[in-house]
Design a binder for this molecule. Structure first.
Ligand code: ARG
Length: 454
């Protein structure tokens, strides 16, 4: 399709090196949609007769149907999805097919296809994120009152609930959805009509083509339009960050399902065994999610590095954006679906969580707060409770079982009611500020999310 000036055929290795149809065939639906909008504008501009337009329309629809039924043979010699479809169209309908590429280049064509692909995939990902949030909210509701230790530095810190912990991820995935939605605004701009670099002397109605394809607006600079891959990088970043959140959740579940923690019981359907050790039940889904997140970061950095040194405008390097882009969408989609399914089936061992959260050390900060409420400056209160902790450790006596006299020996600021601090229910009741894990707050947030996600 571009061999007019060439006297020798492309070398086999070059063909093998440069073809993209083995993966960009996946853009066929968007490529055909773009061609239909383009043909329609050609008809309006009087470049095609009604008959020619109809032939193109029917031809492209036939090709789409054949591709969908697996009856289309892709040819590597034709390099990419664009030339495969166009050449098959011309083979089927003759001269009219050869008019389709008027005032168009593969440079704006691939930009249109990739934007349409991103838009469709973003919409699908948004649905999968919402489904993941729903599962987390349901699980949070199921274990809203199940108290567990919260950790900093992976050391027991303060009591929280499974509900509060899981709702933290609902917030993360909500930011992810928000970010993807924002990214979608910049994706949904039509470059069609930008041609190879400088538009065309044949002027098609760019606004009409954009509207036909559901774009919100058109690009305003032809050189930017065909060399811009910001939307690819931005999309890849959004996906990488979803990966980061999934990966942290995975790490929590790896810990929770270990014998050491024993908080979570993953279902047999979502764990695997060992070929050697009969007792093993491994959280492979979590580990794979953690591992695949590395790929998501890699895909982002692959495209960012590929773009950074390119002079304006189109350079063939840009073809390298597709495999990372496809891979990230595929990876995130599967990760969201399998993790949602695994979480829905997950159970919490409330016997184990009760034992763990029974550690009175978790309320050492509450004890300092108690002293503050009795007029002790926080720094002094911290110091006094630190001494109580040291006494508890050295006497091998749990913090809540030190006697009033022992507390008083540390400071007279400890009152007769000191032991009420170790009532866990009370500890939760007091944490009423927005964002803190009181049962009422957690329930409010669950109601908020249920409403929002319904
Ligand atoms: N397969 C190419 C890509 O994905 C399409 C654009 C090719 N343009 C060109 N002038 N060779 O980037």
């Amino acid at each position: 399709m571009w061999k007019g000036r060439f006297t020798r055929p492309t070398a086999d290795l070059v063909q093998q090196y440069g073809e993209s149809v083995s993966y960009d065939w996946r853009l066929y639906r968007h490529d055909i949609a773009g061609s239909l909008a383009h043909a329609k504008a050609q008809l309006s501009a009087g470049l095609l007769t009604r008959e020619e337009f109809e032939a193109i329309r029917e031809g492209l629809q036939g090709i789409r149907a054949d591709i969908e039924q697996g009856n289309f043979s892709w040819s590597r010699e034709l390099e990419d999805v664009h030339m495969n479809i166009e050449s098959e169209l011309t083979r089927r309908i003759g001269a009219a097919g050869a008019k389709l590429h008027t005032a168009r280049s593969r440079n704006d064509q691939v930009a249109v296809d990739t934007r349409l692909y991103c838009r469709a995939e973003i919409d699908r990902t948004l649905g999968e994120l919402r489904a993941m949030q729903r599962v987390l909210v349901d699980k949070a509701a199921e274990y809203a009152g199940t108290m567990i230790p919260g950790y900093t530095h992976l050391q027991r810190a303060q009591p929280v609930t499974v509900g509060h912990h899981l709702l933290a991820y609902v917030e993360m995935f909500d930011r992810d959805a928000d970010r993807l939605g924002d990214c979608r605004r910049r994706v949904n701009v039509s470059p069609l009509g930008s041609g190879a670099i400088a538009g065309s002397t044949i002027n098609l109605d760019r606004h009409a083509m954009a509207e036909e394809l559901g774009f919100d607006s058109i690009t305003e600079n032809s050189m930017d339009a065909i060399s811009d891959r910001d939307y690819v990088m931005e999309t890849l970043f959004c996906l990488a960050l979803i990966g980061a959140h999934l990966s942290r959740l995975s790490e929590d579940l790896v810990l929770w399902s270990s014998a050491e923690f024993g908080f979570a019981i993953l279902s047999d359907a979502h764990t695997t065994g060992s070929s050697l050790m009969p007792q093993k039940k491994n959280p492979d889904v979590c580990e794979l999610t953690r591992g695949k997140t590395g790929r998501l970061y890699g895909n982002l950095s692959a495209v960012m590095v590929a773009v950074k040194g390119l002079p304006l405008t189109y350079n063939r390097d840009l073809q390298e954006d597709k495999e990372p882009l496809f891979d990230s969408f595929d990876t995130v989609s599967l990760a969201l679906r399998v993790n949602a399914e695994m979480l829905a089936a997950m159970k919490i061992d409330t016997l184990r969580t009760r034992t763990a959260v029974g550690d009175p050390m978790l309320l050492a900060t509450d004890l300092a707060d108690y002293l503050v409420k009795r007029g002790v400056p926080f720094r002094s209160a911290h110091e006094l409770v630190g001494r109580a902790v040291a006494l508890s450790v050295s006497m091998k006596t749990p913090l809540d079982q030190l006697t009033l006299e022992q507390y008083r020996s540390i400071s007279p600021a400890f009152g007769e009611d000191v032991h009420t601090v170790f009532d866990l229910e009370r500890a939760f009741r007091l944490r009423v500020n927005p964002g803190a894990p009181s049962f009422a707050n957690t329930q409010n947030r669950i109601d908020f999310w249920k409403n929002r996600l319904s």
